[in-house]
Design a protein around this ligand. Sequence first.
Ligand SMILES: O=C(O)CCC(=O)C(=O)O
Ligand SMILES: [Fe+2]
Length: 280
Amino acid sequence: MIFDQLSPHFGAIVHGIDLSKVSDSDVADIRAALVERKVLFFRDQTLDDDGQVALGRRIGELTASHPVVGGVDSEHPEVYALDSTDNGFADVWHTDVTFMRRPPLGSILRAVTLPPTGGDTNWADAQLAYDSLSAPVRELADKLVAVHDGNREFGYYLAQRRGGRGNEWDGEVVTKLEPIEHPVIRVHPETGRRGIFVNPGFTSHIVGVSEFESRAILDLLYAHLTKPEHIVRHRWRPGDVAMWDNRSTAHYANRDYGTDRRVMHRITLRGDVPVGVPAS
Ligand SMILES: O=C(O)CCC(=O)C(=O)O
Ligand SMILES: [Fe+2]
């Protein structure tokens, strides 16, 4: 596969792949590059919702659009739409759907309507960030567990839906968003690399420390995760598709385009239960 690196370790623009007809070897290359480069960009693509879903099924297994937010239309229950005219914003650093037991392995995002300028999306490399923490802080973080709670972002939405029922997720219809625990440092299931797995969007607190300590530790990890050298920033063009490893990254969409419309369609690949660093 041919790609341009966007930084020494993180991000790539992939060339020469038409996502509407990926071969078996394209799929293998994409999967490998996704783990290695963590966020991939494909230019000049021609996907519609059907094509995006078909692509996702080639790369992995699809989830519902979101645990509590319905699909873009009845034909596409897997497609999650973010529309700026319908409050679809993502201007808080987050990793997708970490408030569920099994957050997605990855996400595939397609630009549908773009503002003339602005609305760039930023990704942070959670493994690079982990590696560049000092050893004592890594050792502390390795031992910590955090609570993730989707109610702050999506509780109101869930309450509005079909009498408080969301979508089927992990084989069960979601009727409430129970806060759940994940390790603060996640061991990547394919590479064994460690990465910071807390995010301001969904992590509420760290277990077993004071509220003050939790706030201070999370703020330290967030500030470190989002240092400029851990970030790639994408300026969208029509036809762009981004794909990221949701096990090793966080992201943030700039909300700087005023009242212009911006619409993005996302699908997510089914993931596994995050695993932390084994106790030594
Ligand atoms: O709108 C974007 O660029 C990113 C939205 C987002 O957070 C997502 O698709 O998961
Ligand atoms: Fe997201």
